[in-house]
Design a binder for this molecule. Sequence first.
Ligand SMILES: [Zn+2]
Length: 290
Amino acid sequence: MDILLKAMLKEDPVMVVSLIDTETVEKARKIHDTLPTATAALGRVISGALLLASTLKENQKITLQIRGDGPVREIIAEADAQYRVRAYIKRPHIHMGLKDGKLDVGRAIGKGFINVIRDLGLRDVYQSSVPLQTGEIATDLAYYLNVSEQIPSAVSLGVYVDTDNSVKASGGFMVQRLPGARDEVISFIERKLSNVKTASSMILDGLSPLEIIEEAVGLPVDVLDEKEVTYYCSCSKERVLGAMVTLGRKEIEEMLKKGENLEVSCRFCGNVYDVTLKDLEVILRGYDNN
Ligand SMILES: [Zn+2]
């Protein structure tokens, strides 16, 4: 079972979140049929969105979007406060040579932007974008949190892809300094983090989410929350039709002219919906009523 665990240092306001999402990322790999470098990139973005989701309140959602000039082009992951996540990758069939024995996610992503959309419910949507620093996702996410949200943060993300291309370990952790934390505690954690093992190797070693946190910060914590993580897509035929409305009247009219039913698949889960000529007519009538 995939788990996200939130904890706070016993003595100082430092939030530590750890995540194991191996099954979730493996599910995403199967849905999107990714090759190893793309799998690692997709998995890191999924894990990043889940770590960000740990800061949400009920009914809120977060979208993490990475756009780069590398071959992968674009990855989107959406997560909610129940740690349900779904993701999309524009070019899944990307595999590149290793760099220092690791999957070269930075090159697969390239230069570009990290974009975070916080949907706080009641139509409050906040969007913020910063340039990618390395394309490795974890450093980019930390940079975003430091610069855009002004929360000094450290982020580690890792995906280990097996020789049969399946996901053998995926997850990460995030450390956030909140107001009031002592400088000496932060320096201690920084030293600890500078030679800590990678998240994926800790997961491969069989560490639990709590053990990952203890290994990462080396200080006693209080567990605040521990919840299951799942890959979940909220799509439905209604939503697919709703999205088609944005194509515009001309496009819909042309589809009708062809006189054939369509198959439209959800880009997050691959579910296929049959869109009939009758559905297209309903969309057209909708334009008249507005
Ligand atoms: Zn879907």
